[in-house]
Design a protein around this ligand. Structure first.
Ligand code: C5P
Length: 327
């Protein structure tokens, strides 16, 4: 993670245990950070445990759909949110927003009394199964760590992030990785390729807990969690072989998500007709992730999906990209 170098931009706030009235020349007045959305290349879901979560073997790839957070210093300890971008009207601007929760978690962890005005620029679909809210939280942790000069390590931020949501640590981590447990115990995966994705967006989102509940109804004991099942996938990534990767994409949440949103079958069929290397529901859906042959093919697939009117919008992105960072 970078530290801003431009002294001209530094006006306020300097100490971890700071009080908003303590002004300094040495802290930035405004900090911008961004964090990536993700696609799940393989999501294997075990049976519900007593904590209300499912054990996972979750292979993530960070993609170039970015959430951007612009955090500005305040003279009080309030957290004030604004938002713009696609789906912004669905984003709550109160304490339930993961951005506010991330800021409060940092205040609590460090004892700081600094506040911030935080603007969210949305680039990841809302409630789309691409972890847009988690990316907001990850970018907020990175931005406020710099704005408030907290000097927390990446490991500290990942530990705090894990308390906010299962996908937050991966948005900090980035690249291609496998997550165990709730999906937050991350191990990096060797990945030699660049992959060209099209994400077909649905007008109405799906709730992640509702999709997991439907999974429980359909598969009460969960899927078998066998690491060997991912070996060919890891080999395809190590070789940068998009054609093999396309055949190995897997998501145990696809059946419950399609059960709750049957119209997605048409989107999937159309994507296959466009010559996609692979197609699957992204995470808990309802976004459909389409792996294209190359950058040009991705644009063609996007246009064909839009022409066929099988999605509300479609965006093109590449993977993998780095995790949350200052810009
Ligand atoms: O951790 P996060 O807030 O992203 O999870 C949202 C919901 O998804 C959880 O409340 C839980 O119902 C479900 N979930 C799960 N097992 C996981 C991750 C999420 O059941 N490993």
């Amino acid at each position: 993670m970078n530290t801003p170098q431009d002294d001209a931009a530094f006006t306020h706030l300097d100490r971890t245990q700071g009080n908003p009235s303590e002004l300094s020349r040495h802290s930035p007045a405004t900090v911008t950070a961004r964090a990536p959305g993700k696609v799940n290349l393989s999501l294997r879901v075990g049976g519900l445990d007593e904590s209300g979560y499912h054990p996972l073997i979750n292979v993530f790839q960070a993609v170039s759909a970015w959430e951007e957070i612009v955090a500005s210093a305040r003279r009080d300890d309030n957290i004030v949110l604004t938002v713009q971008g696609p789906g912004a009207r669905f984003v709550p601007l109160n304490e339930t927003n993961l951005v506010a929760k991330a800021a409060r978690a940092l205040q609590k962890h460090t004892g700081t009394h600094f506040g911030a005005s935080i603007h969210i620029n949305k680039g990841v679909p809302v409630a789309g199964g691409m972890a847009g809210g988690s990316a907001d939280a990850a970018a907020t942790l990175v931005a406020l760590n710099a704005l408030w000069r907290l000097d927390l390590s990446e490991t500290d931020l990942m530990t705090i992030g894990a308390t906010l949501g299962a996908d937050v640590p991966f948005s900090l981590f980035g690249g291609t990785a496998v997550g165990y447990g709730r999906g937050d115990e991350l191990v990096r995966i060797t990945d030699a390729g660049t992959y060209h994705w099209v994400f077909a967006l649905r007008a109405k989102g799906l709730s992640t807990p509702a999709v997991f509940s439907r999974f429980d109804e359909l598969t009460p004991q969960g899927a078998a969690l066998n690491e060997c099942d991912n070996e060919r996938l890891y080999a395809a990534l190590a070789a940068g072989d998009a054609t093999s990767l396309g055949k190995l994409l897997h998501n145990d949440l696809q059946i419950p998500a399609l059960d709750m949103a049957p119209d997605l079958r048409q989107t999937i069929e159309t994507a296959h007709d466009c010559g996609a290397l692979g197609v699957l529901v992204s995470g808990s859906g309802p976004t459909i992730a389409v792996l294209a042959r190359d950058a040009e093919h991705a644009v063609t697939v996007r246009n064909e999906l839009l022409n066929a009117q099988v999605c509300q919008d479609a965006l093109v992105a590449q993977g993998s990209v780095p995790g949350a960072h200052l810009v």
